[in-house]
Design a protein around this ligand. Structure first.
Ligand SMILES: Nc1ncnc2c1ncn2[C@@H]1O[C@H](COP(=O)(O)OP(=O)(O)OP(=O)(O)O)[C@@H](O)[C@H]1O
Length: 646
């Protein structure tokens, strides 16, 4: 079981039903983050703001400068406008006839109007720059993620921790990267919007400044508490949400639709859905209740603080500490400050929350960089290789209890056809992937003409190898793109590869030929049968101009005629390439130059077909069993003792 329970510690009655859908064990360190208090959160902010500004700067210097500069300048005009307002009020409240007082107030009034207009213009420019930043930052973050996800070593995808980190970074981290930048600018805007009236109040009378700040504490506490609760819920549900996505795919996607019906899985799947949805609902209701409590508490305290501030202002006025014009300007400044404060608290709330997801994104970048092979790998030997050797190679998948390969040694000489046979799970595919440089051995070495694969540039090596995987991908692309696989178009080679794989008839029968889109989810898309798809996959292998071609069960879905034609082509070394062939059809490997029989991750036997038959081991046993299927009479019993077979 991957998941361990924790939320039900508080509600044991639900434990039986919902266990297995809880927080993942590798997320336990994040709980520390959730428990962090307000000071810890505020301590986190400078790092967040710095990282966000760096990202924004890299995405667009001009937009970052305008967004920040515009807001700062607008803040200065706010303070200036408030001071000018105080002057206006002082003129209006002065003694004398009304027309004279109005005339005296006009210059200050003009300044207020100019400051307001300029502030509006600056805020509009800053807002536009902020809006332009968002897509640029998101694109940059997403591209970086895809650069790394397509570059990390293949074993990273077998590692649950990495996989989960990648999902979190992709699903939440990337969108929240833009939010972090957006909210950072908003928080800075809010801070300037708060600082401007604070400065204006300080200039009007020093005692007024602290009054504004009194209202900040309760609103800030409520906003941050709400964000923490929401984040806690996200973490508690991350495994459940993934399960729900999987269930959604199983119940509403085309591919499994037939099996859902054939196996009458509907009830089972809906039951699973209810189990996950129950947990989700339980956690969400719990969070909503606690968020409502936090908000109500925050509102109550903010209200009390506001009453206290206005009371204090009244007291100062009554005591003659400040004149009426200053009190009037102070009311406007406090109003303006409170509006900015509310906005910046909301932004702070969002920034903190998005910052946690953004932290996931940053963590993923570090994890992925650790798992990316160094870029300074050596080039594979020039020209065709003469020999590939695997020497006492062992390999264990991440988290697997037993090694998939132990002390395996094989040799592949140029131009040979090498067959890997053995029972299910004996390690054939794993060995083929190691030979192709997709995995690196834990111990032992694989060499191309003496050059160690471990020190070689992975991409350069893989350009020389063609792997037709057993579970090949059905790319939602056109037939042509499915065969070319990113290589440049060469019409003659395309026609050859298609014919060699027996895919020419498939292409002929499609109304759009090579241009047919192989995905029924799109308009005009087509689907192929399993065997037709396999022919396309084999054509892909032939199209690639590779020195080594690895066919992993290339004929499992082919009809007898196509299978025969393909093996004939491989047997005749039609294109002079070296082939590693994995198959369970022993009749088809008789012609191989050498056969390796794998058993529980070890090489149990090796040699030519005749050698192995003469040795009378497991291969001979299985071969006779398969051959008997085409003869009349009962199948021979499988013998476990090789001596007996001989
Ligand atoms: N991604 C993986 N993570 C963990 N274990 C794996 C993974 N892939 C394969 N294994 C395990 O490694 C062992 C060898 O698997 P491999 O796919 O190489 O066998 P195979 O001989 O190709 O089998 P088959 O004939 O069924 O294709 C098996 O025990 C399998 O369960």
């Amino acid at each position: 079981m991957i998941y361990v329970g924790s939320v039900f510690r508080r509600s044991p009655a639900l434990a039986d039903d919902r266990s297995g859908l809880e927080i993942n064990y590798w997320e336990s360190h994040d709980e520390e983050l959730l428990k962090a208090g307000l000071p810890a959160m505020l301590r986190r902010l400078p790092a967040l703001v710095t990282a966000a500004l760096r990202l924004a700067w890299r995405a667009s210097r001009a937009d970052t400068a305008v967004a920040l500069g515009g807001n700062l300048a607008a803040g200065a005009f706010t303070a200036f406008g408030l001071l000018a307002t105080s002057s206006v009020l002082a003129s209006l409240f002065a003694a004398g006839p009304t027309p004279g007082r109005i005339r005296a107030a006009l210059p200050a009034l003009a300044l207020v109007a100019a400051a307001t207009g300029l502030r509006g213009g600056l805020l509009a420019a800053a807002g536009w720059a902020q809006a332009r930043l968002k897509p640029q930052v998101e694109r940059q973050a997403e591209r970086r993620l895809f650069e790394l996800s397509t570059q990390v070593e293949l074993t990273a995808f077998d590692d649950h921790e990495f996989h989960n980190a990648m999902r979190r970074a992709r699903d939440n981290g990337v969108p929240d990267t833009a939010t972090v930048v957006e909210m950072t600018v908003s928080v800075l805007t809010g801070a300037v919007g708060l600082a401007a009236p604070a400065v204006a109040l300080g200039l009007l009378h020093p005692v007024l400044m602290p009054l504004l700040l009194v209202t900040a504490v309760p609103a800030g506490w409520a906003a941050l508490r709400t964000a923490r609760l929401r984040y806690a819920a996200f973490y508690r549900l991350s495994a459940a949400r993934r399960r729900k996505f999987m269930l959604s795919d199983l119940m509403a996607e085309r591919q499994p639709a037939a099996e859902v019906r054939a196996f009458t899985l509907r009830g089972f799947l809906l039951g699973e859905y209810d189990r996950v949805a129950d947990l989700e609902q339980h956690v969400q209701l719990d969070v909503a209740r606690r968020q409502a409590g936090a908000k109500a508490g925050g509102d109550l305290l903010t209200g009390a603080a506001t009453v206290a501030v206005y009371g204090a202002l009244g007291g100062l006025l009554a005591g003659g500490v400040i004149p009426l014009s200053v009190a009037g300007a102070a009311v406007l400044a406090i109003r303006s400050g409170q509006t900015s404060l509310a906005a910046s608290m909301q932004s702070l709330n969002k920034l903190y929350e998005a910052g946690l997801y953004f932290g996931d994104y940053l963590n993923f970048l570090v994890l992925a960089a650790d798992r990316t092979p160094p870029p300074d790998g050596a080039a594979p030997p020039a020209g065709d290789f003469r020999r590939i050797t695997a020497d006492r190679v062992s390999f264990r998948y991440p988290g697997a209890a037993a090694p998939a390969l132990t002390d395996v040694s094989v040799t592949v000489t140029r131009g040979e056809v090498i067959a890997l046979v053995g029972e299910n799970g004996s390690g054939k595919t794993t060995l083929a992937k190691l030979l192709a440089g997709l995995y690196r051995p834990d111990t032992g070495t694989i060499r191309w003409d003496g050059a160690d694969l471990a020190a070689m540039d992975g991409d350069a090596l893989r350009r020389r190898v063609s792997v037709i995987a057993q579970d090949h991908t059905r790319w939602p692309l056109t037939v042509r793109e499915n065969i070319m696989m990113g290589r440049p178009l060469d019409e003659e080679r395309l026609a050859d590869a298609t014919a060699a794989a027996g895919a020419d008839r498939v292409v002929e029968e499609l109304p759009d030929g090579y241009d047919a889109l192989l995905d029924r989810r799109f308009r005009g898309g087509h689907d192929l049968s399993g065997g037709q798809w396999q022919r396309i996959a084999v054509a892909r292998g032939f199209y690639r101009d590779a020195a080594l071609v690895i066919f992993d069960e290339p004929t499992s879905a082919l009809d007898a005629r196509a299978e025969h034609a393909l093996f004939e082509r491989i047997r005749r070394h039609a294109d002079g390439r070296t082939v590693v062939l994995i198959t369970h059809r022993l009749a088809s490997v008789r012609f191989a130059d050498r056969i390796y029989v794998l058993d529980h991750g070890r090489v149990a036997e090796s040699g030519t077909h005749d050698d192995l038959l003469a040795a009378g081991g497991g291969y001979a046993d299985l071969y006779r069993l398969q051959a008997s299927a085409f003869r009349a009479g009962p199948a021979p019993a499988l013998r476990t003792d090789p001596q007996e077979v001989a």
